[in-house]
Ligand binder design. Structure first.
Ligand code: AMP
Length: 210
């Protein structure tokens, strides 16, 4: 099964991707995480991407498309995968088709801008493994500053700062949201209304996949 999770930054795509990934034993591919790993490793791609990401803008299509192509050709993707954060615009969606990647289902997690801004201020991320938490809605297990999975020290991502969140939301509405119509026309789009409680959104997401 090949799935796309659409939604504003902070809508809960990463969390739902984790649940689906566990349930169907298929990997999640987050281009944001791949780019953050490249930044941490100090690669050429990372150096190019960092300033763009810190401003909340999109990294050039050729860069992310080539990362995606490389990642989806790895053996663990043979039975399918979940795309979290890709495609971000129509050109990237067209690129998936050109690569011969046929998507079975697209789930758009719908959350209003006001709620997004509030959620992002509480989001904490593990720079070591990419896990994502929220100080109120999804706290780390024992110590709220330490990653439950790998014990890394949690941080607030630079692009989760309030002024950057507003630019990311603008980019989302201008460039990513048109993908809903794109996939709706193909008859594979399902909307999930993001709920206050993560487990309620999870239930609706699995209903949308059934
Ligand atoms: P995310 O973790 O998905 O919120 O992505 C964080 C940042 O990485 C975005 O704001 C973009 O700067 C960059 N990024 C991630 N995925 C893409 C993509 N598919 N196309 C362009 N830029 C991306």
């Amino acid at each position: 099964m090949k799935l796309i999770l659409l939604g504003a930054p902070g809508a809960g795509k990463g969390t739902q991707a984790e649940n689906i990934s566990r349930h169907y034993s298929i990997p999640t591919i987050s281009t944001g995480n791949i780019l953050r790993e490249a930044i941490a490793a100090g690669t050429e791609v990372g150096l190019k991407a960092k300033a763009i990401m810190d401003r909340g803008e999109l990294v050039p299509n050729d860069v992310v498309i080539s990362l995606l192509k490389e990642r989806t050709s790895q053996p663990d993707c043979a039975n399918g995968f979940i795309l979290d954060g890709f495609p971000r615009n129509i050109a990237q969606a067209d690129a998936l088709e050109e690569l011969g990647i046929m998507i079975d289902r697209v789930i758009s997690i719908e959350v209003e801008d006001g709620a997004i801004v509030e959620r992002m201020s509480g989001r904490r991320t593990c720079p070591d493994c990419g896990a994502s938490y929220h100080i109120l809605y999804k706290p780390a297990d024992n110590d709220s500053t330490v990653c439950t999975s790998c014990k890394g020290k949690l941080i607030q991502r630079p692009d989760d700062a309030p002024e950057v969140v507003l630019s990311r939301l603008k980019v989302f509405h201008d460039q990513t949201e048109p993908l809903k119509e794109y996939y709706s026309k193909k008859g594979i789009l399902k909307l999930v209304i993001g709920q206050e409680k993560v487990e309620d959104t999870t239930r609706l997401t699995f209903e949308a996949l059934a």
